[in-house]
Design a protein around this ligand. Structure first.
Ligand SMILES: Cc1cc2nc3c(=O)[nH]c(=O)nc-3n(C[C@H](O)[C@H](O)[C@H](O)COP(=O)(O)O)c2cc1C
Length: 344
């Protein structure tokens, strides 16, 4: 097992803060994870290359190790007619929030500024770069490798692990389907089957000889210890940090996470790509009707979600959460991360 790359980062706490785009992940959370002896990831998703460059500059100034996470291109174009039908269906929610929704607007099919962000990382190298949604083109992987960064690919099956190993990454973030937020699946129209994280880690370890960072549903010290026993060199948590002091989670999202009667659902209602969220009125009403199409649906529903967050309306908001959300505590991130390492 090639565990050196992860060991070389000199981490004393193998419980990492997973990347969280869309506001929950913050530079403060990344810094707190590093100060605790672990590692955090600046989430580049939805940011401009310029914003990413500024966050890297600020975080690098701490002198602490950190990672940057990118959404790698893996287009999931929407059927424009299906998008229009969906826009007409959800327009009532926009009306309710006083948001103008242009139901006839053409789909927005961008690649989240991929090339610009690769260029930023070439100009401002960071210790770790991780990828979700797609495996980057070889030339970009080679360019990022030359910066000295450790390259980490999110995978959700043993077959994806083999593809990532073949592409030449250094380590894998092995994500179970109970994880909060978007699934990192490379085949979003065929989301991964239910599998326990420990079984997935074991299957990936059997398939490839790369260090594994296990994630998805980890919310207790017992679960973290089990993932390490299954063969993970480190683990990463997202949901467990959503109510932490340093997270940028909206007030409505924080409050919903503290409601123990909530359940989670894998839904494409908000973004057209499977993501795990707390069930709410929006996922119930529109989940079954939503077409696949990322990022077209993300852009379509964005104004509704922003207005809902501002209004404190948790029923029209993407409440990303993994199944461990009941353990998410309102505490400093370092306390949460250290407690999760209690049984290692
Ligand atoms: C609010 C939120 C945002 C996320 N954003 C990203 C992201 O930008 N990139 C990524 O690779 N994973 C993202 N994820 C997934 C996490 O990195 C991680 O895989 C997941 O949180 C682990 O499962 P857990 O939530 O059960 O701990 C996000 C998760 C959440 C909860």
């Amino acid at each position: 097992m090639r565990s050196e790359p992860v060991r070389d980062l000199g981490l004393t706490l193998p419980v990492l803060a997973a990347p969280m785009a869309g506001g929950a992940g913050t530079p403060a959370l990344v810094e707190a994870a590093a100060r605790a002896g672990g590692l955090g990831f600046l989430a580049a998703g939805y940011r401009t290359p310029q914003q990413l460059a500024e966050q890297i500059t600020a975080t690098a100034a701490t002198g602490l190790p950190f990672g940057v996470n990118l959404f790698a291109p893996n287009p999931l174009p929407v059927d424009p007619a299906a998008l229009r039908r969906y826009a007409e269906l959800i327009a009532v929610e926009a009306d309710r929030l006083g948001v103008a929704l242009d139901t006839a607007a053409p789909p927005v099919e961008d690649d989240d500024g991929w090339q610009g962000k690769v260029d930023v990382l070439r100009a401002q190298p960071v210790p770790v770069v991780s990828f979700a949604f797609g495996i980057p083109p070889r030339a970009d992987l080679a360019a990022l490798r030359r910066t000295g960064a450790l390259l980490v690919q999110t995978v959700t099956t043993a077959a994806e692990a083999r593809a990532a190993a073949e592409a030449g990454v250094d380590a894998l973030a092995v994500q179970a389907p109970v994880a909060g937020g978007h699934s990192g699946t490379l085949t979003p129209t065929r989301p991964p089957a239910d599998i326990a994280l420990d079984d997935l880690v074991a299957a990936v370890r059997h398939a490839v000889d790369l260090p594994v960072i296990a994630c998805g549903g980890l919310a207790t010290p017992e679960a973290v210890a089990a993932a390490v026993r299954a063969g993970a060199q480190a683990v990463a948590v997202g949901t467990a940090l959503l109510r932490s002091d340093e997270a940028g989670t909206s007030a409505a999202h924080r409050a919903a996470l503290a409601e123990p009667d909530r359940t989670t659902v894998l839904t494409r209602a908000f973004t057209g790509r499977p993501a795990r969220a707390l069930r709410n009125a929006f996922t119930d009403r529109y989940g079954p009707a939503a077409p696949y199409g990322y990022p077209a649906l993300h852009h379509l529903t964005g104004p509704i979600r922003r207005a809902a967050a501002a209004a404190g309306d948790a029923e029209r908001l993407h409440l990303w959460a993994g199944t461990g959300f009941r353990h998410a505590a309102a505490q400093p991130a370092a306390v949460i991360l250290r407690r999760l390492a209690d049984q290692l």
